[in-house]
Design a protein around this ligand. Structure first.
Ligand SMILES: Nc1nc2c(ncn2[C@@H]2O[C@H](COP(=O)(O)OP(=O)(O)OP(=O)(O)O)[C@@H](O)[C@H]2O)c(=O)[nH]1
Ligand SMILES: [Mg+2]
Length: 198
């Protein structure tokens, strides 16, 4: 990077969404990478939701996000990411429009045991023309699919990166966020501070 950030005491704030279906690990991801105590709006799962949400694979899950998760991570002296985790339960999806206001891009977490649950998030960002990547959260005991297998299963645009991650591990989450930021910069109309290609 030929850009000197050191003279600027105020880093650029970038708003990023952590999205995906119910129980894919959005709250876990945000909590693992955040350098501040993550804000989370968890409520106990009710017996009503047992009928609507598929708990396969996350049987021990007792809470769900009702509004959002919030975390912060400093990528480098010039860039701070503000992470907003979306609620996964369908009845809270009205929050997504609100949360995506001003967002630069998104990580769509996917669980390969319930891949179809990420379709709604993928559609949401495709329709709005917002840059996103798909991160496969590898749960214990799940079959390890190749990213390219996942790409063709969701019929994803070849330009959208697909990566693997473990939402519980900070370094894995950070690597995922770096992939997203690089993807956003590569497709931004102009990013002179990074000397992006014209
Ligand atoms: N084994 C394993 N468990 C995980 C992983 N990520 C999340 N979990 C567990 O999966 C459950 C669901 O994680 P959450 O972070 O609450 O998922 P969420 O996407 O925020 O869920 P909603 O907000 O309800 O949609 C929790 O019990 C986590 O401990 C992972 O990578 N591996
Ligand atoms: Mg959550």
């Amino acid at each position: 990077m030929d850009y000197d950030d050191s003279s600027d005491p105020f880093p650029t704030a970038l708003k990023i969404l952590i999205a995906g279906g119910f129980g894919v690990g959005k709250t876990t991801f945000t909590g693992a990478v955040s350098e501040i105590a993550p804000l989370s709006t968890e409520e106990l799962l009710t017996t009503v939701s047992e009928g609507t949400d598929d708990l396969t694979g996350v049987e021990n899950k007792t809470t769900t996000t009702v509004a959002m998760d919030f975390g912060r991570i400093t990528l480098d002296p010039g860039h701070v990411l503000y992470l907003f985790g979306t609620p996964g339960q369908e009845r809270f999806w009205f929050m997504w429009d609100e949360l995506s206001e001003g967002a630069l891009g998104a990580v769509v977490l996917a669980d390969t045991r319930r891949l179809e649950d990420c379709f709604a998030a993928v559609d949401f960002f495709e329709q709005r023309g917002m840059g996103f990547i798909v991160a496969i959260n590898e749960f214990d005991g799940g079959y390890r699919y190749e990213p390219e297998e996942v790409r063709s299963a969701i019929d994803l645009d070849p330009r959208v990166p697909v990566v693997r991650c473990d939402a519980r591990i900070s370094s894995s989450g950070i690597a995922t966020l770096l992939t997203l930021v690089k993807h956003l910069l590569a497709h931004a109309p102009a990013a002179p501070s990074y000397g992006a290609h014209t």
